[in-house]
Ligand binder design. Structure first.
Ligand SMILES: CC(C)(COP(=O)(O)OP(=O)(O)OC[C@H]1O[C@@H](n2cnc3c(N)ncnc32)[C@H](O)[C@@H]1OP(=O)(O)O)[C@@H](O)C(=O)NCCC(=O)NCCS
Length: 374
């Protein structure tokens, strides 16, 4: 790696606070803690809507009528079928391969098999939204059948049924529906920016989504939900959690599921998923994980004024619903794919190649040294 000269990091590093694109998809006000998708407050969508409706809204720009919603839902169901080439690819991957890598490869295979030139961008987006849960189900299924035998109509219910092999309860289905809505879009998150940068070169939709998946995988972004569960599982009770996290802070360790690059006081999505985590733990009469999570939350706020983000209580809600930890981030992909696709379509509609410049902090110009003299 080239040596960096001593330099002071300035606020431009990490592009914090820089407006890099125009969007009509998501507004995020840190002052009023208001988050809206196309003008609709997220709390209202999370309370009254479905992932099908919200994905339609993001991709098409308006809420659907009854007929439009019914066609969209049916299209998502029809799009669950996996092409032979994708099934073959999934079968060849070893059981120990990280599901995010498997998903990335499967999307790439889909892009080979059904390139966007054959179908238009919107149709490719719906196909991706419909097929992603089926890819996860296929990956998780021991029997390696084409369509997992699920007659669940909603994407949330189908996803839970296929990845666990057990039909979800009403509450689990509702929690997943809400979680998919909360994860569907978040303005210019790192993965969305990556997808838009790719789109700005006029690349195909599948390549843009692959950029999104690769960027989401990291523990500072989507991977935080899995990392948060790993943290919670280190402790057997709230007291142990309190002292353990205090020790982590003393050692300057990062506590996953806390803090945010844009929000400074709280994450408006966090109380919504926290409520679901509480409801599910109560229904299952198993409050242990929730109480550990609460204890850590208090320590983080009291010691560092750091608040839980969306990934933190999602980890509790998913875990108590019996979802394998390794599928937490892939489920985030299923949902955020709606936002990525919407951003790619938006970028194409008013495109400018994204090409910032770098601040050079390397050595001054120097003479080339022939290899025998080095
Ligand atoms: C999301 C995140 C990368 C945003 O952080 P950021 O705005 O870039 O802030 P920085 O990483 O520069 O951190 C600023 C300070 O807060 C501390 N901090 C931020 N998040 C922290 C966390 N989760 N645990 C412990 N300390 C944290 C940093 O150590 C740093 O302290 P310092 O100034 O003494 O060095 C960061 O909060 C984080 O790593 N969180 C954990 C991962 C996570 O949950 N990601 C999902 C986000 S939705």
């Amino acid at each position: 790696m080239a040596k960096l000269k001593e330099f002071k990091s300035d606020s431009a590093m990490g592009l914090r606070g820089i407006k890099a694109v125009n969007t009509a998809l998501c507004s995020l006000s840190v002052e009023s803690m208001k988050l809206c998708y196309l003008g609709y407050p997220l709390e209202q969508l999370a309370r009254y809507s479905t992932f099908e409706e919200v994905s339609y809204l993001l991709i098409n720009g308006e809420l659907p009528t009854r007929d439009e919603l019914s066609n969209w839902t049916q299209q998502l169901i029809d799009d669950r079928t996996l092409p032979e080439m994708v099934k073959g690819g999934l079968e060849r991957m070893s059981g120990s391969t990280d599901p995010m890598s498997v998903l990335r490869t499967a999307v790439s295979l889909l892009g080979n098999e059904e390139p966007e030139q054959k179908i238009d961008g919107k149709a490719a987006a719906v196909r991706l939204l419909g097929i992603l849960p089926a890819m996860l189900g296929y990956l998780n299924s021991q029997k390696k059948r084409d369509r997992i035998d699920s007659d669940e109509k909603t994407l949330a219910g189908y996803l839970l049924h296929t990845v666990r092999g057990i039909r979800p309860t009403g509450m689990e289905r509702d929690m997943m529906n809400c979680s998919l809505i909360l994860y569907a879009e978040h303005e210019l998150a790192a993965s969305t920016f990556a997808a838009r940068v790719c789109a700005s070169t006029l690349s195909d939709l599948h390549s843009c989504i692959l950029c999104g998946i690769g960027t989401l995988a990291g523990p500072l972004h989507g991977g935080a939900n899995e990392a948060a569960l790993e943290l919670l599982c280190r402790f057997s009770d709230p007291e142990e959690a309190r002292s353990g996290v205090l020790r982590m802070l003393e050692n300057k360790e990062r506590v996953m599921g806390f803090g945010h690059a844009v929000y400074k006081e709280s994450d408006p999505r966090s109380p919504i998923i926290r409520e679901w985590a509480h409801k599910l733990c109560t229904e299952k009469k198993d409050m242990r994980l929730f109480e550990i999570a609460e204890a850590i939350e208090h320590v983080m706020w009291n010691e560092r004024r750091l608040f839980s983000n969306l990934d933190y209580y999602t980890a509790v809600a998913y875990s108590v619903s019996g979802i394998p930890k390794s599928l937490f981030t892939p489920i985030f992909v299923v949902s955020r794919c709606a936002g990525w696709c919407a951003h790619v379509l938006e970028q194409r509609a008013d495109n400018k190649l994204v090409r910032p410049i770098a601040n050079y902090v390397g050595t001054e110009e120097r003479e080339y040294i022939p290899i025998e003299k080095r």
